[in-house]
Ligand binder design. Structure first.
Ligand SMILES: [Zn+2]
Ligand SMILES: [Zn+2]
Length: 283
């Protein structure tokens, strides 16, 4: 059997802040980080939450180029970066692809200012910063198509769609599908069109209806809205992501059961998994 051409793996599935402890052992407490391994060609990393540390320990043993795409600048998406071992490898090629503007990539480095972290970003040996357009062109040369969509999140953020050898992964973290007007940049229909037919949809489902209205406008979705959008988009597999730090393993078990029950009634072709550290998809 030949090696899979695309492997997607979850290294951090939590939102807001790391949540280690006895209640989060099974799903994990690290913040957002997902890798896409393109055969032996390159590793694409989505977000640099604290999950990126363990991924980096594995990647440090190889020398394939690394491309880092950041959804936005909130702490739970950048805070693992200073502890990502490959950034200290002098000959390693690491490319930062800023979707929003150069500021988004610089946020990774400005936290390494010698005050908040002892090593300075400007002293890192191997980083390259590409404009979005140049970065996308470079990835196309590797056979990976990347497109982006602005999501509904305070301060602005982007979701990504990545297609490699006919498999499509959509990554929409930190997106409030039922957003109030002040943070709404796209409608659920637009997100469904963006993800249409994806093999994998990774979507923020931090909240439940009972968390509202207190958390309305915070930029995260409630479960029913995510299920409805996935059903409209007719994705193959929905992965619920960016769990609230206070959500225990047992509560996440119940959320998965609830999501699967709804889908079996309304969109039985769609599989659904609550993201956990180590969850892997390979084609
Ligand atoms: Zn977040
Ligand atoms: Zn955020």
């Amino acid at each position: 059997m030949s090696a899979p051409s695309l492997v997607v793996k979850f290294w951090g599935v939590r939102g807001t802040i790391p949540a280690p402890g006895p209640d989060t052992l099974r799903y994990g407490g690290n913040t957002a980080c997902v890798s896409l391994q393109l055969g032996a060609v390159a590793t694409i990393i989505l977000d640099a939450g604290t999950g990126i540390r363990v991924l980096g320990k594995q990647l440090a043993a190889h020398d394939a180029p690394i491309y880092l795409l950041i959804s936005h600048k909130h702490w739970d998406h950048i805070q693992g970066f200073p502890s990502f071992p490959p950034i200290y490898q002098p000959a390693r090629r690491i490319t930062l692809l800023p979707a929003l503007d150069a500021q988004m990539a610089r946020a990774l480095l400005t936290q390494m200012d010698g005050v908040h972290f002892p090593v300075r970003g400007r002293d890192l040996p191997s980083l390259r910063l590409r404009s979005w357009r140049a970065g996308v062109r470079e990835l196309a040369g590797l056979g990976l198509t990347v497109t982006r969509i602005a999501v509904n999140h305070p301060g602005g953020a982007f979701g990504y769609k990545l297609t490699y050898q006919e498999r499509t992964v959509a990554y929409l973290t930190d997106n409030e599908l039922g957003a109030p007007p002040q943070i709404r940049v796209n409608t659920p229909a637009a997100f469904a069109a963006f993800c249409q037919g994806a093999d994998l949809l990774i979507h923020d489902a931090q909240y439940l209806p009972q968390d509202m209205p207190a958390k309305r406008g915070w930029g995260h979705s409630i479960l029913p809205h995510v299920l409805e959008m996935a059903a409209t988009a007719q994705v193959q597999h929905l992965v619920l992501f960016h769990h609230d730090p206070d959500r225990s393993d047992d509560e996440l078990d119940r959320i998965q059961a609830q999501a699967r029950a709804w889908l079996s009634q309304h969109a039985p072709a769609i599989q659904c998994t609550v993201a956990y550290e180590g969850l892997t998809f390979a084609w």
